[in-house]
Design a protein around this ligand. Structure first.
Ligand code: HMG
Ligand code: MG
Length: 302
C-alpha cells in the first residue's frame, strides 16, 4: 500500500516525556519554555500536561500552572490527559481545547495505571466525553499495551480493536494505539492495525510507539504502509509510563522527522529547531537526547 502523503505529528515530550522523570520536580517554567519552543519549531499538536492525581504522578502536579502559563500560539492545539471528571474540570478551568482519556488493552495494566478494570475505565470515560462535548472540547482516546503488557505479556489484536472501538463509539475523535513498553515488531504492529482498522476507520487511528527495543521507527513505517497518518513522538526521545515497568522513551520526534523528510513527506516542522529544543531540555534534565538524529547532527546551537 502507498504511504500517506501527509503525516500529523503529535508531540508528547511535555507530558509523556516528563511524567516519568525521576528525582526532583521539573520546574514549571522549564515545562512552559519547552512547550513554547516546540510550538515555535512548528509542532501544531502538543500534549502539554496531565490532570491526574499528583499523588500518583507528582511530575504532572503543576498541570494547571503550566496550561495557564504558556503563551498560546494561534493554530497550535495544547492538550492534556484527563482520566476522570475531576481531571476534566481542572483542564477546562485551565482553558484546554482538547483532552485525552486513557484506557488499556490489558486488565492488569489498567489496574496498575488507573486503578480500575477496563470496563470500569470505559464507564468512567463516558461522563468525561459528555461533559467535554458540552464544553466544545475534543477528546482523544489512548489504548495502552497494544503490542504487549509488562504484566500479562502478549495482548491479542482483537482486545485492542475492542477497546479502540468502545472509545471511538463513545465519541473520541482519534484513537492512539500505544506500544507502552516498546516490545512490538513490524509484523505484529501491522497485524494489530489490520485488526483495529476493522473497528475504527484508519484515518482515526494514531500510532504511539515507545522505543525500548529500537523498533519504533520500523514499526511506524509498517503501520504507515497500512495507512496510519498520525504519529505520536517525543522530542529527545523522552518518555515512559511510571506504571509500565521497563518502558523507555517515546520514539524521538527528530528521528520521525528525519524519516519523513527522507520519504518526501513534508510536515512544516523545523527539524533543526526540534533538535535544538531536545538538546536544551535534556541539558535541563542533566543528560543527552536519545534521538539518533540529534546525536548524529551534533549538539546543535540551541
Ligand atoms: P484513585 O485513587 O482510584 O481515585 O485514582 P479516587 O477517585 O479514589 O481518588 C483518590 C484521590 O485522588 C482523591 O484525593 C481524589 O481527589 C484524587 P484524596 O481525597 O485522597 O486527597 N484525584 C485526583 N486529583 C487530581 N486530579 C485528578 C484526580 N482524580 C482523583 N484527575 C486515578 C484514580 C485515575 C486518579 C489515578 O489512578 C491516577 O491519577 N492515575 C494516573 C496514571 C497516569 O497518569 N499514568 C501515566 C499516563 S498513561 C500513559 O503514560 C500511557 C500513554 O502514554 C499511552 C501509552 O504509552 O500506552 C497515554
Ligand atoms: Mg506513552
Amino acid at each position: 500500500m502507498a504511504l500517506p502523503t501527509a503525516i500529523k505529528l503529535f508531540e508528547m515530550a511535555p507530558r509523556d516525556g516528563l511524567q516519568n522523570e525521576p528525582g526532583t520536580l521539573v520546574p514549571t517554567a522549564t515545562k512552559i519554555e519547552l512547550i513554547e519552543r516546540l510550538a515555535n519549531a512548528g509542532l501544531t499538536h502538543i500534549e502539554a500536561a496531565s490532570f491526574v492525581s499528583p499523588k500518583w504522578v507528582p511530575q504532572m502536579g503543576d498541570a494547571s500552572e503550566v496550561m495557564h502559563g504558556i503563551a498560546r500560539k494561534p493554530g497550535v492545539v495544547y492538550s492534556a490527559l484527563t482520566p476522570n471528571l475531576k481531571g476534566l474540570e481542572g483542564a477546562l478551568a485551565a482553558g484546554v481545547e482538547e483532552v485525552a482519556v486513557f484506557g488499556a488493552a490489558s486488565e492488569a495494566f489498567s489496574q496498575k495505571n488507573i486503578n480500575c478494570s477496563i470496563a470500569e475505565s470505559l464507564a468512567r470515560f463516558e461522563p468525561v466525553l459528555v461533559r467535554a462535548n458540552e464544553a466544545g472540547v475534543r477528546v482523544r482516546g489512548y489504548v495502552s499495551c497494544v503490542l504487549g503488557c509488562p504484566y500479562e505479556g502478549d495482548i491479542s489484536p482483537q482486545k485492542v480493536a475492542e477497546v479502540a472501538k468502545a472509545l471511538y463509539e463513545m465519541g473520541c475523535y482519534e484513537i492512539s494505539l500505544g506500544d507502552t513498553i516498546g516490545v512490538g515488531t513490524p509484523l505484529a504492529a501491522k497485524r494489530m492495525i489490520e485488526t483495529a482498522r476493522q473497528q475504527v476507520p484508519i484515518e482515526h487511528l494514531a500510532a504511539h510507539f515507545h522505543d525500548t527495543y529500537g523498533m519504533a521507527l520500523a514499526n511506524l513505517y509498517a503501520v504507515m504502509e497500512e495507512g496510519v497518518g498520525v504519529i505520536d513522538a517525543a522530542t529527545a526521545g523522552l518518555g515512559g509510563c511510571p506504571y509500565a515497568k521497563g518502558a523507555s522513551g517515546n520514539v524521538a520526534t527528530e528521528d520521525v522527522l528525519y524519516l519523513l523528510e527522507g520519504l518526501g513527506i513534508n510536515t512544516g516542522i523545523d527539524l533543526q529547531a526540534v533538535i535544538d529544543t531536545g538538546v536544551w531540555i535534556t541539558q535541563q534534565l542533566g543528560r543527552k537526547p536519545s534521538s539518533k538524529v540529534a546525536l548524529a547532527k551534533g549538539t546543535g546551537t540551541q
